[in-house]
Design a protein around this ligand. Sequence first.
Ligand code: ASP
Length: 587
Amino acid sequence: MRSHYCGDLRKEHIGEDVVLSGWVHRRRDHGGVIFLDVRDREGLAQVVFDPDREESFALADSVRNEYVIEIHGTVRNRPEGTVNADMPTGEIEVLGKELVILNKSETPPFQLDEHQQVGEDVRLRNRFVDLRRPEMQQKMRFRSKVTNAIRNYLDDNGFLDIETPILTRATPEGARDYLVPSRTHEGSFFALPQSPQLFKQLLMVSGFDRYYQIAKCFRDEDLRADRQPEFTQVDIETSFMDEEAIMGMAESMIRKLFNELMGVELGEFPRMPYAEAMNRYGSDKPDLRIPLELVDVADLMADIEFKVFAGPAKDPKGRVAALKVPGGAELTRKIIDEYTKYVGIYGAKGLAWIKVNELEKGAEGLQSPIVKFLGEEVAMKIMARLEAKNGDIVFFGADKEKIVNEAMGALRIKVGMDMNLLEREWAPMWVVDFPMFEELDGGNLTALHHPFTAPSCSPEELKASPVDALSRAYDMVLNGCELGGGSVRIHDQAMQRTVFEVLGIGAEEAEEKFGFLLNGLKYGAPPHGGLAFGLDRLVMLMTGSESIRDVIAFPKTQSASCPLTDAPGEVSAAQLRELNIRLRKTP
Ligand code: ASP
């Protein structure tokens, strides 16, 4: 139907007869001449209809926005003074000779350039229109380029693309499962995979050596952050490679991607142990674009009268941390109050601060509600440790370690963004040496990554002191976002059983849930490891999008529903009967 894409027409096509197919982006009537901007996936072309071709002129006059049309015409120079330098096709126009209306369109639910006014709900409900916007077209195309480049890289490096089941058993990654009732096995359910983790490990047992898959994963989580119930991972597993080799391979893939698709040189990714990241940034995914750091001051506070600081300073599970913000003395009371509210979201009970006005004057030169409780000596020692200068502000967090890390870590980012302190555009890194386990509130342990991650110690050491054990896991972090993560896995049955034991998963339960993995580990499992990248997040960062919803063609809302299809939906009584499911009456 078409000879050229609208957006591809250039000066070299002048004089050529062309056939264009696309949508009416805009129609303008300029004193007897009709201009149609015709849009297709490559861009816009201006088509002109003169009244001397009566029939096509009348048709051109009748079309409305978003009609689908076919145009036969000749490319020509735009008249002098009408060249549009902002448009790739701005030097030419098409003299329209024939117009066919292929399909009409009702008035669209919103005009493409008015998407901002209508709100995301309307956009998602009418996603087929929303996706016509050039910005969304660009994002989807970019996403396709990313997956293509990833596939090429992995293919060039000997990785095989192997699919794994969607209807399966629970694959624990720490979220709730999406369940699918089985019709043929009454009362039994499939779980949708939270990741292909166990299958990719079994593929290593089978000798495939290098596997990848661009895989859908399903996690029924409370969607507070920018998450989706189904999302896409670039899932990778290898045999006979240690963490160095795996990280090196993954890092060079990401470097190549940024270089090829964006001309960005990311350089070597620095590595940081988990403990150091928590200590300096209060986060296991630090945003290294921001030069601010948390500094421990508990030792200076332990003996003061002021319980707010002295309490956490003496508590082995407490932390007292200071965050110096250069130039922050100019922050107004109102902004400080806002920050106080902000840290409250993370459980902090308040936000103490000291403005450094005239350091030479000692405590006199410090403006703060808390200096009188600290005393001059302690206050000045803190200033010295922080190397504070006149014009700085210092914020303090004192509480349980977890609260201080979360609150002060988040404050660090917020202040850094608000004050425009970002030092560079891209800050990739690796976080390594994660603890194996995390202690839950009741004292139970849970795997920080997943229970198939290898510890860096022996089974005996692991059993003796599980909370101190480190794992052979690694996370790739970019600009404060976790881009991907993985680990060297346990390939030894005994070690795997020990980990289950430490996690309080008894032999019977382990057999019931993961028997197939344990079985696989019995028959010559090679040393193996891998990682998975969050594709949506990667594309979001690369395209500078605000949400992963902007880089997913048909995303779900924050409440895990789809406004377009109205899923999830009710099903008929007959379907439920077939599945042997009876719904409990809701009161
Ligand atoms: N399966 C892990 C995840 O989904 C990634 C990995 O360990 O390879 O986070």
